[in-house]
Each structure stands twice: as structure tokens, then as C-alpha cells.
Design a protein around this ligand. Structure first.
Ligand code: ATP
Length: 314
């Protein structure tokens, strides 16, 4: 086949705890990641040239070599020079649905789609762990985006333990269109403010990881206890992003008034999500937010938990 269309889902973080620094300059994290069915479509088409090209008509997404999808294609061309020489480059078209700079791993999931797509197009026969290993070179969230579903992510976020699929909870996502948060800024600011509470010893980090592993959130997930999951949502980065962006804190306050299962900022934000049992509750919550906040800059999406990572479009 000369072309593939792939669905690239966004993720939310049900849990994000920062344990401390790593020697490589990143943070040591414990996260629970969850795919949702808000997704981009990534089309790959052989162009029979030596030039990888990327196109996305979203104004905030670069159409050059800095696009994470391009970087994924370039990595594949370097890793598999024979396939690249024989079968040539691809045109990558990204149909953006996932908001940009939103804490939903939009760029990472596009990169994951390109890795999966070129594996198919070039008939490389790579396994999912092999694709994830390549993905880790591009970004910490890429390995999760490849597999999707529900997972415990440790290290920089690239070490994954699959967790049981959850019931398909519904989720309302809220983000101000003109507001985005840089992930490096969020982590750097967190370090400036909270470095004194970091776990410095490797053994202390290992012990804390074990505690989370055997703790309340993972137990709630194992029992598919949606009420508990909603109550145990946690994100350390809220401590720096919410005070800096009062409008984001306000979104969470408004969500809380409607008593969803739970509400939290995703990743480094500024997207805030709220969980509900049913689609009707999610739609009602979204409508309530729309009436409560009469700001045309506010965007809302109703989505659902997904068990899928990157998959071929039907
Ligand atoms: P994460 O949750 O992984 O931290 P994010 O959702 O906060 O990511 P992205 O949407 O991935 O953020 O965008 C972050 C930056 O990356 C933006 O400034 C954007 O211009 C750039 N970028 C590069 N490639 C892409 C892509 N394919 N899609 C979206 N943004 C991209």
C-alpha cells in the first residue's frame, strides 16, 4: 500500500507526581496516563522522493523540520536507510483536532502515528516495544501514545506498565483557545519552587514509586472504581500552573460546582478535564460550562476514555 491514514488519540493524566531530579536533567515522574477519543488523523503518502514533507493547517503547528511528526519520519529514515532508499519519503498531512500546547500530547501522538505508519508502509515488521523504544528518542510521551489505553508511566514517562482497561468514562475537556503552556516552563518553574521537597536518594524514589504502585489510585483502577478514581485525581503541576493562570483555576472551580466524578488539569495544562459516568452527563456539564463562562475564547470537547493507541482509520 502507498498510503495510510492513522488515528492518533490524545491523552490525559489521571495522576502526575514529580519525585525529583534525574541526572539527565529531566524529572523522575510517576503518572497514570489515559487515552481519550479526541484524536488527530495523520495521513502518510509515499511521495517517491528523498524529501520528507509535513503539512498541517493549524496556525500553531510548524510545517518544517521542527514538527515532531517530521522528526519521527527523519528518525525512521536514519534507522532504516535501506527501506528509505528503496521506498522513498512520505508526505505527512496532520488533520488537527487536538488543541496545541494543551497538555494532551498532541505532538507526541502525531510522532507515534508516523512511527507506526512508516513501519507499515515500509513493511519493517517492528514490534510495538521496538516502535516504543524509537519513540522514546523523540519525547517522553511518545511510547505511551503508541500503545494507548491506561498505563502507569515512570522514569521520564517512557517506562510503561499496562493497567487494566477502564470502563469507558466520559470526559469534558476545557481550554482557552488563546492560552497554551510550555511544558519546559511548567517543569522549570516547579523545580524553582519545590526543589527542596525533591527525593534525592534513588532508594527514596524507588520506595515512593512502590507506594504509588500499591496505593489507592492503582487499587481504584484495578477495581474499576470510577468514583474513587475521580476523587484520587492528582497533578503536581497544578501547583505552578494554576496560580500563574487564574482563568484555568476558575475553570476547575466551575467544573467542581457541577459535582462531576472529579476534575483536574492534564499534564502541564492548560486543559482542565472533568469525568462523568455517561455521555448525557458530560454533554450537560459542557453546556453548563458554556452558559457559566460566556467567553468565546473557551473551547469545550466531550470525549470518552479509549482503549486504543495509534490505529488505522476505518
Ligand atoms: P505534552 O502534553 O506532550 O507536553 P502538549 O499537548 O502540551 O504536549 P503539543 O500540542 O504537543 O503540546 O505542542 C507543543 C509544541 O510543539 C507547540 O508549540 C507546537 O508548535 C510544537 N509542535 C511540533 N510538532 C507538533 C505537532 N505535530 N502537533 C502539535 N504541536 C507540535
Amino acid at each position: 500500500m502507498r498510503s495510510y491514514s492513522l488515528i492518533a488519540p490524545a491523552k490525559i493524566n489521571l495522576y502526575l507526581e514529580i519525585l525529583g531530579d534525574r541526572p539527565d536533567g529531566y524529572h523522575e515522574l510517576v503518572m497514570v496516563m489515559q487515552s481519550v477519543d479526541l484524536a488527530d488523523r495523520v495521513d502518510l503518502r509515499s511521495n517517491s522522493t528523498e524529501t520528507m514533507r509535513v503539512h498541517c493547517d493549524h496556525p500553531l503547528v510548524p510545517n518544517d523540520t521542527s514538527n515532531l511528526a517530521y522528526r519521527a519520519a527523519y528518525l525512521m529514515s536514519q534507522q532504516f536507510p535501506q527501506a528509505f532508499a528503496q521506498l522513498g519519503a512520505v508526505d505527512i498531512t496532520i488533520h488537527k483536532q487536538i488543541p496545541v500546547g494543551a497538555g494532551l500530547a498532541g505532538g507526541s501522538t502525531n510522532a507515534a502515528a508516523v512511527l507506526m505508519g512508516l513501519n507499515l508502509l515500509w513493511e519493517l515488521g517492528l514490534t510495538q516495544p521496538e516502535i516504543q523504544e524509537l519513540g522514546a528518542q523523540l519525547g517522553s510521551d511518545v511510547p505511551f501514545c503508541v500503545a494507548g489505553g491506561t498505563a502507569l508511566a515512570t522514569g521520564r514517562g517512557e517506562k510503561l506498565d499496562t493497567l487494566p482497561d477502564l470502563d469507558k468514562l466520559h470526559v469534558v475537556l476545557a481550554k482557552y483557545r488563546s492560552l497554551s503552556v510550555s511544558t519546559p516552563w511548567a517543569y522549570q518553574t516547579y523545580r524553582q519552587q519545590f526543589e527542596s521537597s525533591y527525593l534525592r536518594e534513588t532508594t527514596a524514589q524507588v520506595n515512593r514509586r512502590r507506594e504509588v504502585h500499591s496505593g489507592a489510585m492503582l487499587s481504584a483502577i484495578a477495581h474499576r472504581d470510577s468514583t474513587q478514581i475521580g476523587q484520587l485525581l492528582h497533578n503536581d503541576l497544578e501547583k505552578v500552573v494554576l496560580p500563574h493562570h487564574p482563568k484555568v483555576a476558575e475553570l476547575q472551580k466551575r467544573f467542581r460546582e457541577s459535582q462531576p466524578l472529579g476534575t483536574m488539569m492534564s499534564g502541564s495544562g492548560p486543559t482542565v478535564f472533568a469525568l462523568t459516568h455517561t455521555q448525557a452527563e458530560a454533554q450537560q456539564l459542557s453546556d453548563q460550562m458554556r452558559s457559566a463562562i460566556a467567553d468565546p475564547d473557551l473551547e469545550l470537547w466531550v470525549a470518552q476514555f479509549s482503549h486504543c493507541g495509534i490505529h488505522i482509520a476505518q
